[in-house]
Design a protein around this ligand. Structure first.
Ligand SMILES: [Zn+2]
Length: 301
């Protein structure tokens, strides 16, 4: 019985326009649509007059120019980064250069430990925050106050930013309405991701605004569905292993029926993340290191 995730894909916006989406919150969408970014990166602006910007977006000059034009007469005082993927953080550099605003984030990509470039192509290795934020840290500006919520899993440095006074959580790529999140080892970590979903269930945020796609107005039900979906995927992987299907490619073929060809690699990364978690829990063994092309099998009990 497949878990039914209540995806939300109705999304109205105009590229290049800074538009109000909630009291005190505006958004401008960058023209970088893809199978991983939905319609593009949604850059949020919080406050008015003196504002914070969340996820300035990809290295796309027209996006930075449109954001600055939309904010003419106002001042950017803070640049917040949910995580260091190339569709989120690279525009922090030109925006900082144009405004002098300080950047805030958990830290450099993967803690600065560069892995195999083959599996880390999405990382922005250049971004280093001016101000390091940790779980539970607060920052305040004119008319707003953010709480950092460390939510590793999609990346190890992923932060969500809550506005506790209005019940909003900017959920980055940790929880999105339009899609599940890509969990790609080595920086992506399935056990951490599931723990970070559990962490959100323990909070009372009323609405999530992800960096891609529309708001999630029933966040708890959405998060519960994502947890159930991953548990279901894990059960499917164990089922494959129990019948001797032990290579990631074969598991993807069996479990991801009807997947767009362009998403096969991402699916393989997700299965890999599950397998690393299962090996860590002593449920599954791999022949040699638990790599993308290792052979996996159930541990005998
Ligand atoms: Zn991302």
């Amino acid at each position: 019985m497949a878990v039914d995730i209540p995806f939300r894909r109705e999304f109205s916006f105009e590229y290049g326009r800074l538009e109000p989406v909630a009291p005190g919150v505006r958004r401008i969408v960058a023209r970088n649509p893809s199978p991983f970014t939905f319609r593009g990166t949604g850059t949020y602006v919080v406050g008015s007059g003196e504002v914070a910007v969340i996820d300035p977006g990809p290295d796309l000059a027209e996006h930075v120019e449109a954001l600055l034009a939309g904010l003419s007469g106002e001042r950017i005082t803070h640049i917040l980064i949910t995580h260091t993927h190339r569709d989120h953080s690279p525009a922090a550099a030109p925006l900082k250069a144009a405004t002098g605003a300080a950047t805030y984030g958990f830290g450099p990509h993967a803690g600065g430990k560069r892995g195999d470039p083959e599996v880390e192509e999405g990382g922005d290795w250049d971004f280093v925050p001016d101000v390091t934020m940790r779980d539970g840290d607060f920052i305040a500006g004119k008319g707003w106050r953010f709480e950092a919520v460390h939510t590793p899993g999609h990346t190890s440095n992923h932060l969500c930013f809550a506005l506790p006074d209005s019940g909003i959580l900017f959920s980055g790529d940790h929880v999105m309405g339009w899609s599940t999140s890509v969990i790609s080892p080595p920086d992506g970590d399935m056990a951490a991701y599931l723990a970070s979903l559990d962490k959100l269930l323990g909070r009372r945020d009323a609405v999530y605004w992800p960096t891609h796609g529309p708001a999630i107005t029933e966040p708890q039900a959405h998060v519960r569905a994502f947890i159930a979906h991953r548990r279901e995927r894990e059960a499917g992987i164990l089922d494959c292993l129990s019948t001797g299907v032990g290579h990631i490619d074969a598991i993807v073929e069996r479990l991801y029926v009807g997947l767009q060809p362009g998403l096969h690699r991402a699916a393989g990364r997700s299965v890999h993340a599950h397998l690393i978690d299962l090996v860590g829990r002593g449920i599954v063994a791999s022949d040699g290191m638990p790599t993308l092309d290792a052979r996996y099998r159930l541990m005998r009990t």
